[in-house]
Design a protein around this ligand. Sequence first.
Ligand code: NAD
Ligand code: IPM
Ligand code: MN
Length: 351
Amino acid sequence: MTYSISILPGDGIGVEVIDATRPLLDDAANAGGFDVETTRYDWGSERYLEAGSMMPDDAIETLEPCDAILLGAVGHPEIPDHVTLRGMMLPIRKAFDQQVCKRPSVLFDGVESPLRGYDGGDIDFVVYRENTEGEYADAGGHEHRGYPHEVAVQTAVYTRKGTETVVRAAFEEARSREGRLTNVTKSNAQAHGMVFWDRIVEEVSSEYPDVTVERLLVDAASMDLVRRPEEFDVLVASNLFGDILTDIGAIVSGSMGMAPSANINVEGHSPSMFEPVHGSAPDIAGRGIANPLATVLSVSMLFDHLGESEVARDIRRAVESQLADETAPRTPDLGGSSTTETVVEDIRTRL
Ligand code: NAD
Ligand code: IPM
Ligand code: MN
């Protein structure tokens, strides 16, 4: 068996965490008895500055045949974010119908939460984020510039297919976990999209009598992820809300540097993409101190998706064992002084 994996390091610490983590793919292949064939594409902001575009015109066709994509991060301090992100990462999520974004938040043993009184194992929830539409749909938005009363319109789109797909995936996940789903919306202010969303959750819930559904408005949910994170099991939310909730999820479980994600094409006709939740972190880029564990855990999710669940589990266990070991290397975000590379080398010895 040979898996072909496309690697998109992107920008800033994206390149650092991906290059450091890359050898882990070979280790995984050796351990799992399969082959991995990787192709690295140097697309991103440097390319934009030189050639005027983030990716080549045939980027999507180039990626389409691969089995999975591993992405670092995109974003450059000297280029507007809407240019870089709409030039590279967002179009991939859309083109490959990666409608389901799965983002787990786990407080591992040996990691300190900024929340008082939480220990390893106390926080363990997963957010299912709709990943291609909502506020990111980019349909019919416009700006009237240069008039005395300037206007900008930003639309949000919710389709039955997109909403139902992520909601169903969240119910399935809840069924396989503790059977509790929190539906996060803003139906008090957004009477069209979010009321539609609630209706779909209600409909799908009839197929999952074993799953209890809690409803929370996104402002209250943000508070509760800080006040009582231990009570959550699975959360489902629209694109923008899911984006915000998962940064909260990352930090309450210790660091932005440890939160992985999977952008899944559920039909399987196009590749899914795996990436850390964090961005290109210009504030620490170039110093070799970015935490690679979000990427390592994303690689674990990648192999899980490919059906290599033992390898996926072993990578996760290696992370758990490193974090539980007080003498193991740690990057500064976790209170240590080790480099990105040292942390991955240590993971490799634990595999
Ligand atoms: P960010 O996630 O890059 O950084 C937020 C904070 O978390 C920073 O203080 C950073 O140092 C820290 N951090 C992030 N990852 C870390 C890691 N692995 N180890 C240690 N510390 C880490 O978010 P931002 O600063 O809002 O965005 C920076 C750029 O990244 C922007 O251009 C943004 O648009 C882009 N971005 C891209 C993605 C992506 O490509 N998936 C995701 C988020 C942000
Ligand atoms: C994420 C990021 C992206 C998003 C940005 C960079 C467009 O924040 O993956 O969480 O909002 O999806
Ligand atoms: Mn985000």
